[in-house]
Design a protein around this ligand. Sequence first.
Ligand code: ADP
Ligand code: ADP
Length: 222
Amino acid sequence: MIQFEQVNKIYPGGRMALENVSFGLAPGEMAFLTGHSGAGKSTLLKLITAIERPTTGKVTIHGQDIAKMKRGDVPYLRRNIGIIFQDHNLLMDRSVYDNLALPLVIEGFKSSEISKRVEGALDMVGLGDKAAYAPIQLSGGEQQRVGIARAVINRPPLLLADEPTGNLDPKLSMDILRLFETLNASGTTVLIATHDLGLIARMRYRTLTLRQGRMVSEEVAL
Ligand code: ADP
Ligand code: ADP
């Protein structure tokens, strides 16, 4: 699903964000990506979504070489990747329903199919009764679950999360991780970037660790 081969990423200005990074994530796998602030986690995720391109080395996603992708191919790539952010980027003045429906409206789905999918996704995250609420009326944990429902609404085979539990307490963080496990169990490949080592320690998943841009090990660096 994801293949990095000797990837270097140097930003304009000379900052080496990733150095000789090689790893693979197989379809159906779930893994953590960890490392201190500045270690290169966000950069690695941006290479997967083709927001950034590798300076040297090769990034392959769904069998596609990111460096060889044309600009017009990028939306197709992104359609197959669900992304979850710490601050979830919800439209606060629209209903939960509208937040979830919007990507499907843009893709031209029929409204009957949209409501079926929105209801299915909200049920999955345990918010079946909150469709008419605005995100601002929900708790932080509920807002994050709306963000997850939105990320998976078109059933992407790959789900990326960037510090998805950054603003949540341990109990809510665990609930969010259980949700990722549910999605993973239904076949979604999941990569979760986090510096929450407590959370990682409680789960038995493969852990990729970055230190100053290098993949130091597949164990947690404590
Ligand atoms: P993390 O997500 O682990 O905190 P990042 O990937 O955001 O790490 O950053 C890795 C390094 O690259 C840091 O030194 C950061 O300052 C630098 N960096 C990130 N984005 C840019 C950019 N757009 N331009 C220049 N340097 C950047
Ligand atoms: P259908 O598959 O008939 O469209 P639903 O959308 O209600 O029906 O979903 C069926 C099952 O899949 C439910 O158990 C639901 O919780 C779960 N589900 C819903 N959305 C997703 C999703 N994006 N990824 C994985 N499972 C999902």
